[in-house]
Write a protein that binds this ligand. Sequence first.
Ligand SMILES: [Zn+2]
Length: 372
Amino acid sequence: MQNLYFFCKNIKIYISTALILVTVVIDDQANADPPHRNADSVFVNPYIDEGARKPNLLDKVWWKFKYYMIQRPLVNDNFEYAVIPPEYVNPPERFNSGAVTWVGHATFLVQIDGLNILTDPVWSERVGLLNSRLGLQRQTAPGIPWEKLPPIDVVLISHNHYDHLDYPTVMQLEQEHQPVFFVPLGLSDLLTGWGVTHTIEKDWWEGDSINGVKFIAVPAQHQSRRAIHDHNTTLWSGWVIEASNHTLYFAGDTGYFPGFKKISKRLGPIDLAMMPIGAYDPEWYNALYHVNPAEALQAFIDLDARYFAAMHWGTFDQSEERLSDPPRELLRAARRMGVDQDRLWIFAFGEKRAIPSRLPEETITIQYDDKQ
Ligand SMILES: [Zn+2]
């Protein structure tokens, strides 16, 4: 009888506990990603049916031939790129409160909490198979001359495409700086085979800390390939950098997908999102794997980030839009979508920007009542 009394007395507590547990389980299921590896251990994009929408190989080869042999040489792009003269580019040896300098393409120097971090570092004159005649030629010089690099502690690699994982740059970093290379699943073997001594390999949502700064691999919608036989045998990812006062997001290469909202929900608030804005034309070839400027902006909204650092434009001529089109399209999209242009950072090559503190926005405004 006494047991029944206690049961009835506590029934409210039992019900609320059960409800909380059910909510947690449902929430966890909503957060969980569909699998991103198939039964053959090949990585897949969980949010799209690639088999149904992927352009076939013949279309791709024909487009590349037509584009590089006929169409591209006729395109006139007399754009004057904003470049910080190399003599004025002097990144500090160390920087505590958080700054980013754009080198070009997907390469940023991130200086935060005393750590120097490079994203997808590429200093080569050409990128691509054999790194020589067959590769894409660099159109704008790296914004930071190599000899002006401060000591590099950490390198973040998003995936193995040649314009993001550049063998000569990786080896020069290894020889001169011995940084820790964070790579997505499956890529550690390649780097170790090259002679890199310190790699940390992560699956999506996994992270590790260096000197108190955490680096977390996050989902992206892309693919990987370095040779004919290795399509999608290594993973692709973005990276979140959690420092003491700021959280940064580096998207790598990605199409528009539901992952941006998940990243914000699980790891936000994000202060600065480094977003690709180039390599989107033609749409049939690029739409699944590269965001266009409007999609990058929508991703920025999904991420609920404070500032947008534009990248992946003006450096390698790899798609049909003119090299200088992406920032113009980004600003047009911002006007259409009502995003304050002050939040969009379109860097000059070699430009450094400090990440503003969160404090002003969080300051409480005291309202005085004049009737008192
Ligand atoms: Zn790529």
